[in-house]
Design a protein around this ligand. Structure first.
Ligand SMILES: [Zn+2]
Ligand SMILES: [Zn+2]
Length: 403
């Protein structure tokens, strides 16, 4: 992976021997030819050829990718021939950057090391973005340009606990979300209200300073103002001068019907707001669904067990059965066995597509204790029931028992 530093120091066009405005086909052709000539298999032990082969490959990697080529061209245009020459051997290294003498990557310094000013408007990313976008409107979007152009808001993940019926039927819930945002007290400039930041005296507001090192000049983010170009004397008490605070907002989201426990649902555009006119991120909600004391769930079907008396099962009855939205009448025909399941269509999970059903299983309840009268009545009943309730088992026993 080539770094910004590579971009500044290396001339990829020269490496391939092509003109700076060479088209993709010319670049490909030049690369193929050089790669054939310089290939290590053809030049065993020739370290010079090997070095050239690597150069050519690296150059082609960058120049064959339109996006990276545009970034490269831009980096060269801005820093390539000028005084900006990050030196690997610079004594003391880069302030705030890599420790003494280590090579560093410009992208890291400008993109990442602005961390203290993080998401703050006017941070290092913005300044670098400004440098990169200057004079190249409508160019290929580079990472640096993205930092100053519209930025999509972050995706946010949160959790919601739903009651069983809410998950089945769908529900609208308020969700409290926390995300960093512009401090409302100082409107993001970091200064105590009534005061204002003043222009940084060190860099005169430029955000960058230059430093001579022998024949070379270095540009670096101003340490006084951390590259923002302004200095706050009296920091905002709310955000301690950072310009950013954690903000809580409550949003109302519709959880679709039929979500399951542990499911992660995506709500497009409900994440953190975009910056500088960018679109908002997405919101992911991990749902926790409480169990129901009454209903079970099997896919999109709901299950319910309803005890019935022997008399109801034998004589038939009409049951009133609860569903998640109102109750329904269920006709149980005479002679219904315990364990029989009836299907109530459309009263299951209200998911998109085919709605689920409610599966009602009747279970004959047997009284644990009998009054003397009940016992007498049942004994009479038993005498009145001639049928063997288990003829198949009787048959097996008669023919010599189960094997
Ligand atoms: Zn503030
Ligand atoms: Zn400054």
């Amino acid at each position: 992976m080539s770094s910004t530093r590579d971009f500044i120091e290396k001339d990829y066009y020269a490496a391939l021997g092509v003109a700076k405005d060479a088209d993709a086909a010319a670049i490909k052709k030049a690369y193929r030819q050089l790669a054939r000539e310089l290939h290590p298999d053809k030049n065993p032990g020739n370290t010079q050829a090997e070095t050239r082969f690597k150069e050519v490959s690296e150059a082609y990697d960058v120049l064959s990718d339109a996006k990276r080529r545009a970034e490269y061209d831009e980096a060269r245009r801005l820093f390539g021939s000028g005084g900006f020459r990050p030196g690997a051997g610079a004594p003391g290294g880069f302030p705030g950057g890599a420790p003494g003498g280590q090579p560093f990557d410009l992208g890291d310094i400008f993109g990442g090391a602005g961390a203290p000013g993080g998401g703050r408007a006017g941070g290092l990313g913005d300044i670098f973005g400004g440098l990169f976008t200057g004079g190249a409107p409508g160019g290929t979007r580079s990472r640096q340009q993205a930092a100053s152009g519209p930025a999509r808001g972050q995706d946010v993940e949160t959790e919601a606990t739903l009651a069983f019926d809410e998950a089945v039927l769908g529900v609208t819930v308020p969700l409290r979300m926390q995300s960093p945002g512009t401090c409302p007290t100082c409107h993001g400039n970091g200064a105590r209200p009534g005061t204002s930041p003043h222009t940084c005296p060190v860099c005169n507001g430029a955000g960058v300073t230059s430093r001579s090192q022998g024949a070379f000049a270095f540009s670096e983010p101003c340490r006084e103002c951390r590259g923002t170009g302004s200095v706050v004397d009296d920091p905002c008490p709310e955000c301690k001068g950072s310009g950013v605070t954690t903000q809580t907002r409550t949003i109302t989201v519709r959880i679709p019907a039929g979500v399951k426990d542990g499911q992660r649902i995506r709500l497009a555009g409900k994440g953190a707001p975009g910056r500088r006119g960018g679109p908002p991120g997405d919101l992911f909600v991990v749902v926790h669904v409480s169990g129901s004391e009454l209903f079970g769930r099997s896919g999109n079907d709901l299950t319910l067990t309803v005890p019935v008396s022997f008399a109801e099962a034998a004589l038939g009855t009409t049951l009133t059965v609860p569903t998640l939205d109102g109750s329904v009448s269920l006709k149980v025909p005479a002679g219904t066995s315990s364990g029989r399941t009836f299907r109530v269509r459309g009263r299951g999970v209200h998911a998109k597509g085919t709605p689920g059903d409610l599966l009602v299983t009747v279970e004959v309840a047997v009284p644990a204790r009998l009054t003397p009268g009940a016992r007498e009545a049942i004994e009479k009943l038993a005498a009145e029931l001639p049928d063997d309730p288990r003829p198949e088992i009787t048959e097996v026993l008669r023919s010599g028992g189960a094997r």
